[in-house]
Design a protein around this ligand. Structure first.
Ligand code: DOR
Ligand code: ZN
Length: 347
């Protein structure tokens, strides 16, 4: 029986670091275990230009604990006013790794996102030409579509047309939550990848709604039925090369979660690696954890895998700290409610 497991240092291909006091509090939680992260640009106001990304990167680097070997990989927030030349220049300068597509109104701070895909076609064309990947929040915003169907409908109505129109565009389906998305990424070619979060591998919609409403499990896309969670676990633990970890760790203060209209977001950064080791152990697939957390993502992004390693050890159940303190208030840490027997023993 395996009791310790050494992996190449993982990367997080979808992370919210926020800004100011929140950034300073949450960044060390990721930098402890991860070498790199794709940093989401949905600040208020959003990170839209190369100059915005440079300034945000500097604030992240200034907030890093001393000696932390962590590299933020910056993204730009796509708007209908995005200048293709600015995107390409920021990428060529090594400043920006990817561009993020939020359909306007789909989620937190997405109001400046895209309403009409035709208006951003020139950006997609320029990105395809320059090899810049597009990270996609894949949910339609049509209020007549049931919230549990918004991802599957997005694939048919929005994503597939984008990919047919610009076949060379590299696309990452972020935080996939459905069996339909699993099937779509598997059927795709080498230009298509997907990320899966820690929490979507561990919770289904009953966790949010059965026996009381649990706001700390609420995120977007919302967790679906158990059969979808099972499809996500099967894909993540299969060794399939175009799927990789993107935690979507998204801190909100306790006050903004435990309220009549709570924010979407699960803060999983502090416990992600122990939780994932448990998921892969339960699936009998510990040997494929490294592919999911440390190899497939760099391969898709055309970056080298990390040389450093971390070691996970199995033992007594992990005591998950209920929250972390930030200058903006407490942030509750993801706790799946089932025993986690793994921990990071050497970082
Ligand atoms: O749950 C979520 N929280 N989903 C998103 O897409 C955005 C994120 C956030 O920024 O809080
Ligand atoms: Zn996100």
């Amino acid at each position: 029986m395996i009791q310790t497991l050494a992996l190449r240092r993982p990367d997080d291909w979808h992370l919210h670091l926020r800004d100011g006091a929140m950034l300073r509090a949450v960044l060390p939680e990721t930098a402890r275990d991860f070498a790199r992260a794709i940093v989401m640009p949905n600040l208020v106001p959003p990170v839209v230009t190369g100059a915005d990304a440079a300034a945000y990167r500097d604030r992240i680097l200034a907030a890093l604990p001393k000696g932390a070997g962590f590299t933020p990989l910056m993204t730009l927030y796509l708007t209908e006013g995005t200048d293709p030349a600015d995107v390409v220049a920021a990428h060529e300068a090594g400043l920006v790794t990817a561009v993020k597509l939020y359909p306007a109104g789909a989620t937190t701070n997405s109001a400046s996102g895209v309403r009409d895909m035709d208006r951003v076609r020139p950006v997609f064309e320029a990105m395809a030409e320059a090899g810049i990947p597009l990270c996609v929040h894949g949910e339609v915003t049509d209020p007549t579509i049931d919230i549990f169907d918004r991802e599957a409908v997005f694939i048919d109505r929005v994503l597939d047309p984008i990919r047919r129109h610009t076949p060379a565009l590299r696309v990452i389906m972020e935080h996939i939550t459905t069996a339909e998305a699993c099937a779509y990424v598997q059927a795709g070619d080498a230009t298509l990848g997907a990320t899966i979060t820690t929490h979507h591998l561990m919770i289904n919609r009953n966790h949010i709604l059965a026996g009381g409403i649990r706001p700390h499990f609420y995120c977007l896309p919302v967790a679906k039925r158990e059969r979808h969670r099972e499809a996500l676990v099967a894909l993540a633990t299969s060794g399939f090369g175009r799927v990789f970890l993107g935690t979507d760790s998204a801190p909100h203060t306790l006050a903004r979660k435990e309220t009549a209209c709570g924010c979407a977001g699960v803060f999983s950064a502090p416990v992600t690696m122990p939780c994932l080791a448990q998921v892969f152990d339960d699936a009998g697939a510990l040997g494929l954890l490294e592919a999911f957390t440390s190899l497939n993502g760099p391969a898709f992004y055309g970056l080298p895998a990390n040389e450093a390693t971390i070691t996970l050890a199995k033992g007594a159940p992990l005591e998950i700290p209920p929250q972390i303190e930030t200058g903006d208030g407490q942030v509750v840490v993801f706790d799946p409610g089932t025993p986690i027997l793994w921990r990071v023993s050497e970082g």
